[in-house]
Ligand binder design. Structure first.
Ligand SMILES: [Zn+2]
Length: 238
């Protein structure tokens, strides 16, 4: 993916790890550049284990979550940036939308990954989706010459949510992560506050690997990640 730029935006600092760390690693391993943005640290809703420690504070939970996510991003060759907007509930106000749009104009990603627009189990994930979709449109200038600074419209894909069927998620793209699976495992191991998810998402990668083998006939695929294209991709020929 030499010369290609990937932007991953999650509501919480660990979201990118479970859902797209393999795709990020495959992208950077082949020469692409990747930037991960966390709109919040998930300090309230996704850091339960850290709150079991006596005398724990929100500032300290955020500090730990930042370190973990930065380490996980580095493990898959990406840079990590935190917006620290707070979670449960996550609010993405006009200033944060502008900040995200500005980041998109500067980074000019070729591909953007984020949550699907629906999640009956999490109030923040759809909020993140809406913010990314809006910032992307503001960045791309709706495809016409504009009086403000724009960047070309990037591809937009949803990464796999925890319970795909209930989020209306249907895979349309599998990324073969076999050659970088160990990097995903390493990234997941950085998320000490959510150890219970590490085995779960390692198994998910195996299941998606099975599906990717079925659809291609390529028996060399062992692990994969699933994504859903939210916009058509354009090709010169089929
Ligand atoms: Zn999350």
């Amino acid at each position: 993916m030499s010369g290609r730029r990937m932007l991953v935006v999650g509501a919480h600092s660990a979201d990118f790890v479970w859902r797209s760390a393999g795709a990020v690693a495959a992208h950077t391993e082949t020469g692409g550049e990747a930037l991960v943005v966390a709109l919040s640290y998930g300090e309230r809703g996704e850091s339960g284990v850290l709150w079991q420690q006596e005398g724990q504070t929100e500032e300290n939970v955020k500090r730990i979550r930042h370190e973990e996510a930065a380490k996980a991003a580095a493990a898959v060759g990406a840079e990590f940036r935190a917006f620290d907007l707070g979670d449960y509930p996550l609010h993405v106000g006009p200033e944060a939308i502008d900040r995200l749009a500005e980041l998109m104009r500067d980074f000019a990603p070729h591909v953007v990954l984020t949550h699907p627009d629906k999640d009956p189990f999490n109030p923040d994930h759809p909020v993140a989706h809406a913010a990314v979709a809006r910032a992307r449109l503001l960045t791309a200038g709706a495809g016409v010459a504009s009086s403000f600074r724009t960047a070309p419209p990037p591809e937009l894909l949803a990464f796999e949510p925890h319970q795909p069927e209930l989020c209306g998620f249907t895979p349309t793209v599998f990324v073969d992560i076999t050659s970088v699976f160990e990097k995903k495992v390493e990234a997941m191991s950085c998320m000490a506050a959510q150890k219970y998810l590490q085995e779960y998402y390692a198994q998910r990668a195996e299941h998606r690997g099975n599906h990717a083998r079925k659809v291609t006939g390529n028996q060399a695929i062992r692990q994969a990640e699933a994504f859903q294209r939210l916009l058509p991709n354009v090709v010169g020929a089929l």
